[in-house]
Structures are given as C-alpha cells and as structure tokens.
Design a protein around this ligand. Structure first.
Ligand code: ZN
Length: 657
C-alpha cells in the first residue's frame, strides 16, 4: 500500500498536536472589591432631589440630585434601587436610564459602572470634595414591551425609586432627602408625603428619609377626586382617584359606601393603624397599566378605565384595595425579618411570603366580603376556584409551597410554560387557603370564642400609630397563634407550607361548613369579568384556558394560555402556544365550545376540536363527557357555618385608634 499525501499530512498534523505545549489551566480573575455594605450611621445629608415630569410627549423624566460627600472619602458609590419592597424580586428598572452625568463641586467627573453590580456607579472624589451633582433621565416606557406604561396625557404614576440614586454605605432610613417635583401645568397630585410648599406647578415636600420617599409614590393628573373614607376622626383614610376622563371617576352611592365600609372593617379587624394618613392611590385607565403595590401609608392601585362605571364586570379587582390596605399591617408594618433590608440594594429573602402575601390574600378577600365590595357567594366562588386549580396541579407532588416563594426571583415574574406543573407563585392563593384553615381551626378549638381576628390584633395590631417596621419570624407567628388558641401550630404550618403537601388544603371549607363541588352552573360575576377580558376557563373540564384574566383585553382571543398537566388536553398533545380554530366544524367561540361540552355530556360523542400550531392544523377528538365542572362551595347542612361568620360584617365596635 502506498502512503497517500493526505495521510502523510494527517500523521504530521497529529504528531504536532501531541507535542503541543499547553498553557497552565485558567484561573478566575480576582473579583473587584465589594460595594460598601450599609451601616446604621448618620449621613452628611440631606440629598437635594428634583424631578421634572413635564415631558408628556417623550415621557422622559429629568432628575437632578445634589449629594453630600462623606468627608475624606476617595469615592462615592451611587446606587440605583434594585430590590423594591413589594416587588419580591430584583426588578429596579436600571435599563431605563440614560444621560447619566456626574460632577464634583461643579467640575464634571466621569463615573464608572461597577464591573459586577450593574446598579452601582463609582464616582472618584478629590481631597476635600463636598458635593456630588448627578443628572440622569428616566425613560418611562412608551410601549408595553418596554415595561408597564406609567404615564398618559392625563395622568402619571411616579415611583420615586425610579428617579433617585443614593450613596452606598448607609441605611436608607439614615439618609435625609429634600424632594421637589415639577408637574405638567394644572395637574393635581396625591401622595402620603407632606407638602412643604407649592409654587405654581412645582411642589417641595417636607424633608423625609430615603426610606419613606421610596415608600411614598405619587399619582398626578388632570382629572382627580379625593374621597374621605376615614372611619374615625383619628384614623385618616383617603381614596385618591385619577383617570383619563372625568366621567370615569363616578361612583354610585353603594360603591362609595362599600369603600367606606372597607376602612371600618379594617379598623375593627386590626384595632390599630400604622400611618399618619392612608392614601389609596387609584387610577382608572386603559392607557396606564394596572397595578397593585403596597406601601406603608399608601398603595399604588390601578384598574381599567371603567373599573367603577362597569363595576359588575371587574370582579377580579374587587379585592384589590382590601389586599393592598391589609399590607399596611401585614408586609409593611410587620415584615418577615429576612425580607426587611437596610437599603434597596441588599438582596431580599422571600421564604415567608406565604404569610406576607398569603395571609394578605386571605384578609383582602374577607375584608372585601365584610365591606360589601364582593358578596359572600362571590368570595366563596373565589376560594373554590383557587382550590380547584390546586386540585388540577400536579406540581404539588414535587414542590413544597415554601419553594414557590422563590419564584419571583427565579422567573422575574415572567410567565412560565406549564404553570400547573411548575406551580409558580402558589404562595398567594394556597397561603390564603392555609389561613382559612387556621381561622376555622381556632374557631373550632375555642368553640367560637376566638378566631384569626384575635390573632390579627395580637400579631399586626401592636404599636398603634407607629410606622416603624416590626420584623417577625416563623417563631413569632407560631407563638402568637398559640397565645390565641394553644395547638401544635408549628406542625400545622410546617406540614402545609414547608413539607410536600399533595393534598389540596380544603379543611377550611369543611370546618367552615362547606364542601368543594363541581357544577354546570356558571358563576355570573366571574364569567362577566372573564368575558370582558377574553378569558375562558376550561381548566377543570378539558384542561386548558384561553386568553388572560389580566393585562390588555382581548375579547376575541383564541390563543391557548395554559394547559393543565395531566388533563385531557395535555394527554391529547395540546400545548400552551396553540390557537383554537373550530369545534365540531364550527368556528370557535367560548359559547360554541361550552355548548359542545354540554352536548357531549348527554350524547357521549367525542368533541372534535381543531387547533393550529405554527402552520399546522391538528384536529383532536376529545372523548370527554363530564360536563363543564365549575368549582363551587356547597353548604353542608347541619355543619357549623363558620365560613358564613367569617365573611359577615364584623359585630365588634369601632376601636378608638
Ligand atoms: Zn400583596
């Protein structure tokens, strides 16, 4: 055999590789020094902050700050808030900044972003430096793909964390700040901050701390109304409404009364308050994005423009204010100790969110029922809907509830593909059912003498008038429950929240005198809301839903939103990216499919559903004959009607808070 030239080359090349000299294995480059940790010490303040939100065309907000330098420091590290309380994730909109310019004592100095921490900017200081001047623009999103729309031609939601930087090395409560704001001409405003002076459209606020500033957003706009909901002369509560059109501000007398009842019922429940005056900042707009974000002395709330004028079709929002108001006590005043952080750039740990959010979800719903914002039946439907969803979610077999509290950080609150398998943020609704379970358990243990209302007064109602956060641990929760009704509360909570708990927590229904059932009877209030948004729920029948209950309305939606793992749809290969095209040869509408499910229940003929995925059309026969199966709570005659008691207006007198 002759040696061909190509093989010669191969052998030469191979032998040269074998003889290569390798460099040493790479080692990691040293990390830069960490950002100075916050220390509880006085700051050489105050910071002077001025914000201009008059550019309604480009929606660019101009920020200027004068920031005192620490004597002798060689640099100042400026932080842009990353961990915003209530977000439960590192979501400060650092991507929306531009035009960042720094100067020291009047001379421009170039900043440098930290190599590791994208929210930190190093500003070198010469000896004797006194003040760092900072200018930057905050580019408020002008299309939804860039983030929540915060401003329209007629109103704006200003979150101060978006328009402030502050020096590293201090607790945010130790940094005093003088804030000034320039508004578009003629705009009114509302905030928990106190106004020091007003000159035309420029407002100067009384000096506060960075902590309180970030916790005190401001709504402003052309069309607004301020409604006094104060339950007592010393408990000041206001509903500050803002809308794109003045007619959207109109409330019926019944609706106004229900909102006043909410403040009364909360006063009776908590027996205290933790604010100087509380401001529900509520926007009614289809242009600015909806929101529900808690603060100590206010909340940022947002619903559709017709949220009041078509109240009956906004059922999912009817517990919004009850939820956010409850957070003034649970979440803001009492906060999980590892969720409290000294400034806005220290990571938060979310493991007790099943208390912070779960109990708030419970009380938000209960207070809404007690005040008449929702009926007791609607509230029971809501509880049943949550339980039915858990019953159809096999994610419970692998993921303890406590791990779902990490989900805001894990997924940055982006939608997940298979929500029933991944179980996403179940700590809200499952937490709600756990606290119903606990409430009925206390009532059972004490023969109706005590309830979770008593626990609330003990746990949340202390230090009346103070709004200094009082951190808590699981031990504090267990101890306060034991002081109301002795029981093995640690095991009770650990079993449900920390251990795998495949069983759906429905003991609260049973002890409350009800049972979870599935019926063909539609839930009118829910269906009205769903129809308006274009959401249709077949989760408990075929195993999929169409459209979304939240976000922009899409009444003609045909896109599958979720497919429940292990459901008939899942087993047939339906995926949450398909479009539903037709049912038994007829173009899809929610009614066509609903009628087909009812017909199949009677004639036992498979439902032929055509789907589209990309450019393929797929027809799937569903041999499903079990009907619509709407979840509902059915009264068990003879059983104690504890749930009815829980949802009825409180009989307690108004406390003198
Ligand atoms: Zn919440």
């Amino acid at each position: 055999m002759t040696l061909r030239p190509s093989l010669v080359f191969f052998f030469v090349a191979f032998s040269s590789i074998a003889a290569a000299q390798n460099p040493p294995q790479p080692q990691p480059a040293p990390m830069p020094p960490p950002i100075p940790a916050p220390v509880d010490k006085p700051y050489a303040g105050p910071i002077q902050l001025s914000v201009d939100v008059t550019n309604l065309t480009d929606r660019i907000w101009k920020v200027h700050e004068e920031i005192p330098a620490e004597p002798g420091a060689k640099e100042m590290v400026l932080l842009y808030p990353e961990w915003i309380p209530g977000d439960h994730e590192p979501a400060g909109p650092i991507y929306a900044l531009a035009g960042i310019v720094t100067a020291v004592d009047g001379n421009r100095v170039q900043w440098a972003r930290d190599r590791i921490n994208m929210f930190a900017f190093h500003v070198p200081l010469a000896a004797g430096a006194k003040t760092v001047s900072l200018d930057f623009d905050y580019l408020s999103p002008i299309k939804p793909s860039a983030g929540r729309i915060e401003v329209s031609d007629a109103l704006a939601d200003l979150a101060w964390n978006e328009v402030v930087m502050y020096p590293a090395g201090y607790f945010s409560r130790d940094i005093p700040i003088d804030a000034a704001l320039k508004l578009p001409s003629g705009w009114k405003y509302a905030t928990a901050l106190e106004t020091a002076s007003k000159d035309r459209d420029t407002i100067r606020f009384e000096q506060t701390t960075l902590n309180t500033l970030v916790d005190s957003p401001l709504y402003a706009g052309l069309y607004s109304d301020r409604i006094d909901l104060s339950p007592t002369p010393t408990d000041k509560v206001y509903l500050d409404l803002f809308a794109d059109k003045t007619e959207d501000l109109k409330m019926t007398p019944d609706l106004l009364q229900a909102h006043k009842n909410l403040a009364v019922e909360a006063d009776k429940l908590y027996g205290s308050h933790h604010y100087k005056h509380y401001d529900f900042l509520l926007l009614l707009s289809d242009k600015v994005g909806g929101i529900g974000l808690e603060h100590h002395q206010s909340s940022e709330d947002g619903v559709d423009a017709d949220g009041f004028t078509d109240w009956a079709s906004a059922g999912m929002d009817h517990d919004l204010l009850g939820h956010e108001y409850t957070h003034s006590w649970n979440g803001k005043f009492r906060r999980p100790a590892d969720l409290w952080t000294p400034n806005f750039n220290v990571p938060m740990r979310d493991d007790l969110l099943w208390v912070y959010e779960g109990m708030t979800e419970y009380w938000g719903n209960v207070l809404s029922a007690r005040s008449g914002l929702r009926t007791a039946e609607e509230t029971r439907d809501f509880f049943a809907w949550a339980a039915a969803d858990f019953a159809a979610s096999p994610g419970r077999n692998w993921r303890p509830l406590v791990d779902t509290t990490n989900q805001p950080i894990v997924s940055q609150r982006a939608p997940v593909s298979w929500v029933s398998y991944q179980r996403a943020e179940d700590y809200y609704y499952e937490g709600m059912l756990i606290w119903l379970d606990a409430d009925t358990k206390i009532r059972e243990l004490t023969n109706g003498e005590k309830s979770l209302d008593d626990f609330c007064k003990k746990f949340l109602g202390v230090y009346n008038g103070s709004f200094i956060t009082d951190p808590f641990t699981l031990d504090d929760v267990v101890n306060d429950l034991n002081s109301v009704a002795p029981y093995d509360w640690r095991k009770f909570l650990e079993d449900r929240a920390y251990n795998l708990h495949p069983e759906v927590p429905t003991d609260g229904f049973t002890r409350g005198g009800y049972k979870l059932v599935y019926t063909d009877k539609p839930r009118e209030w829910f269906d009205k809301t769903a129809a308006k948004r274009g959401f249709t729920d077949f989760s408990t029948s075929l195993g999929f839903s169409i459209g979304s209950l939240y976000g922009p309305r899409a009444p003609e939606s045909r896109i599958i939103a979720d497919v429940w793992w292990g459901s008939p749809a899942f087993n047939a290969g339906v995926t949450p990216d398909m479009e539903i095209v037709s049912v038994n040869g007829i173009a899809y509408t929610a009614k066509v499919l609903t009628d087909a499910i009812l017909a199949a229940e009677k004639d036992h003929q498979p439902i032929q559903i055509q789907f589209r995925r990309d450019d393929r059309f797929i027809t799937i026969p569903f041999a499903y004959y079990d009907g619509l199966r709407y979840p509902s709570l059915e009264r068990v005659e003879g059983a104690p009607d504890r749930l009815d008691e829980i949802l009825a207006p409180s009989k307690s007198p108004l406390p003198a808070t």
